[in-house]
Design a protein around this ligand. Sequence first.
Ligand code: ADP
Ligand code: MG
Ligand code: MG
Length: 249
Amino acid sequence: MLVVKDLHVSVEGKEILKGLDLTINKGEVHAIMGPNGAGKSTLSSVIAGKDGYEVTSGTITYEGEDVLEMEVEERARAGLLLGFQYPVEIPGVKNVYLLKAALNAKREAEGLGEIPAPEFMKLIREKLAFMQMDASFLQRAVNEGFSGGEKKRNEILQMLVLEPKLAMLDEIDSGLDIDALKIVAKGVNSLRNENRAVLMVTHYQRLLEHIVPDHIHVLMDGRIVKSGDKSLALELEAQGYDWLQEETA
Ligand code: ADP
Ligand code: MG
Ligand code: MG
C-alpha cells in the first residue's frame, strides 16, 4: 500500500529524515516509537503533504502512485489521512460542519453526491456513541477549549467518519487517562480491516496492550533503526533507546 524508500527530508535547511525506509501493507497496523526529535511527526507530515518540509531525495509510493507528485487534497481524497490535518483550533467553525465538509469532499471524489442530512446525523450519532462522546461536542468549535483527551477522541471520530485507507495518528496516547486510552484504542481497532492500514506514533507500551500492532519500528536520528513485533515495545519499555544507539552506531 505505502512504500517509503530512502527518504531524506529537510526542515529549514536542516536534515531531519536521513534515509528512511518503510513498507506498509493493507490490513496492517504499524507503530512508530522513538526519542523526542527523531523525526516521527516529520514522517507523517511529509506523507500527508504538509507545508514546510523539503524532500531532498527518496520516494513515497501509495498504491503505485507517486505521493510526492500529489497535492495535499489529492492525498486526503486518495485515502491518506493524518489526524488533525486542519489547524489545531479553528475558532467559530463547528465540529459538525467540518466533519460534514470533509465527508462530502471524500464522497465527491468517489463520485457520490452530498450525504443527505438525516443519513449524516445517523452516522455521526452512531460514531459518537461508539466513542462515548456527547452530542454537544458537534456544536463546539473545532478543538476550541478541548482537553487533550477530547482532542484525541475527536481525531478518532474524524477517522471513523472518513474511513481513510491509511490513517496516520501522531502522539496517539499523549494526554489520555486510562479510560480515554481504552476508548481511543477501541476506535482505532474498529478501523482495522483487510483493506486499511494504520500508522501511529506512540510513546508508551501501555497503549500497545490495547492496540496490538503488526509491526513496531524505532525511529532514531532520521531513520528506522529497528523493527519488530510487539515484544520490541516491551524491550524498549525496559531498556529505553540508549542500547539501540550503541547497537546502530
Ligand atoms: P518527533 O516527532 O520524533 O519528536 P519531529 O519530527 O517533530 O520529531 O522533529 C524532528 C526534528 O525536526 C526536531 O529536531 C525538530 O526540532 C525539527 N523540526 C520539526 N519541525 C520543524 C520546523 N517546522 N521548524 C524547524 N525545525 C523543525
Ligand atoms: Mg540515503
Ligand atoms: Mg512528534
